[in-house]
Design a protein around this ligand. Structure first.
Ligand code: NDP
Length: 327
């Protein structure tokens, strides 16, 4: 495993990290969750991603139990939470990026994860109804209190990230260091175009999510709908509608042929493609089976196969390269 600097911060993240969305506290049981977390840690993964909203807090509880039992040295891993969506409560104080919820959600995540501090704390979405000043101050105060070490954003626009930076700089507060955007072969704009000036300017790390577009980019849906998979879950019909399309499956079929020529799996090709982007600090893996995680981690052994020629061949298949404005 290699480690990458997160933007311009001093924090190094393992190239592959591991997250628990849909799986922990929901799709898989605690024993399998434990096996997966151990498999990742043993392979050198140093970052475990979580959020208050995942399984309404249960995902953090499960991860917390495993971390406590494993008793790994606290300086050998990082754990995150994310605030915004709440754990299911409908009251205005139970969600958002207002100071009350940000502080209370942090305390609740610390309890569920059974840790003294969160290494990374993400604002899971922008909150149009809370002034940015209030959120930046709240994050700064949590850092001052030692409850979080770094803070970041998830799915914020470049403009929103820069507003946070401007306010933080004006008031000598600690600014966000990292963004958690979706990035994969079918969703590219934010990472490749929108944030390009921020990487060069104030600096920005990225912990990218859904590198396999929820499994579509493994090729397992190429020959028809695969049962007992994420996209078969009723609560994710909205996601299936968005990504299980003829156009995407057509491209994945061609990617699978290319992967076959390289003697790697389609999933490995898709993951290595993400890692090839140097603005990616870490690729967040998800898995519902140990064999999936093994296959995905093994991709690192084949990184030399992703030459410029192969990247061009992939571009030829995808036909979706975002264009930087020319002015
Ligand atoms: P992926 O796109 O990699 O999807 C993971 C899922 O794909 C697995 O659970 C499994 O689903 C399937 N899969 C993975 N590997 C294989 C394989 N080798 N062969 C076949 N199927 C495979 O990542 P996620 O969408 O899970 O995102 C990763 C993490 O990113 C999350 O856990 C979370 O921490 C974070 N995230 C953050 C978001 C945000 O808004 N900030 C949003 C979403 C995720 P199955 O077996 O059920 O089909």
């Amino acid at each position: 495993m290699e480690y990458r600097q997160t933007g311009k911060s001093g924090l190094y993240l393992s190239e592959f990290s591991f997250g628990s969305w849909i799986t922990f506290g929901n799709q898989i049981d605690e024993r399998l969750s434990e096996q997966l977390l151990h498999k990742a840690y043993d392979a050198g993964v140093n970052f475990f991603d979580n959020a208050e909203v995942y399984a309404h807090g249960k995902s953090e509880e499960v991860m917390g139990k495993i971390l406590k039992k494993a008793n790994w040295s606290r300086d050998s891993y990082l754990v995150s939470s994310k605030v915004f969506f709440g754990t299911g409560g409908k009251l205005p104080t139970q969600r958002g990026l207002n100071r009350k919820h940000v502080i209370e959600a942090c305390h609740a995540a610390l309890n569920r994860l059974q840790v003294d501090y969160l290494d990374l704390y993400f604002c899971h979405r922008p909150d149009k109804s809370t002034p940015i000043e209030e959120t930046v101050w709240s994050m700064h105060q949590l850092i001052m209190q030692g409850k979080i070490l770094y803070w970041g954003t998830s799915e914020w626009s470049a403009q929103e990230i820069m507003e946070a930076h401007r306010f933080a700089a004006q008031h000598h507060l600690i600014a966000p260091i990292v963004e958690q955007p979706q990035y994969n072969m079918v969703v590219r704009d934010k990472v490749e175009v929108e944030y390009s000036e921020i990487y060069k300017g104030v600096g920005l790390g990225t912990t990218i999510w859904s590198p396999l577009a929820s499994g579509i980019l493994t090729g397992k849906y190429n020959d028809g709908f695969a049962e007992n998979t994420r996209l078969g879950r009723e609560e994710l019909d909205w996601l299936k509608e968005r990504i299980y399309t003829e156009e995407i499956i057509g491209k994945v079929r061609k990617l699978s042929e290319l992967a076959k020529e390289l003697d790697i799996s389609t999933a490995q090709l898709a993951l290595l493609w993400c890692l090839n982007n140097q603005n990616v600090s870490t690729v967040l893996l998800g898995a519902s089976k140990v064999s999936q995680l093994e296959e995905n981690l093994n991709a690192l052994n084949y990184r030399d196969k992703i030459t410029d020629e192969i990247m061009n061949a992939i571009e030829g298949i995808l036909q979706n390269k975002p264009v930087l404005p020319s002015y």
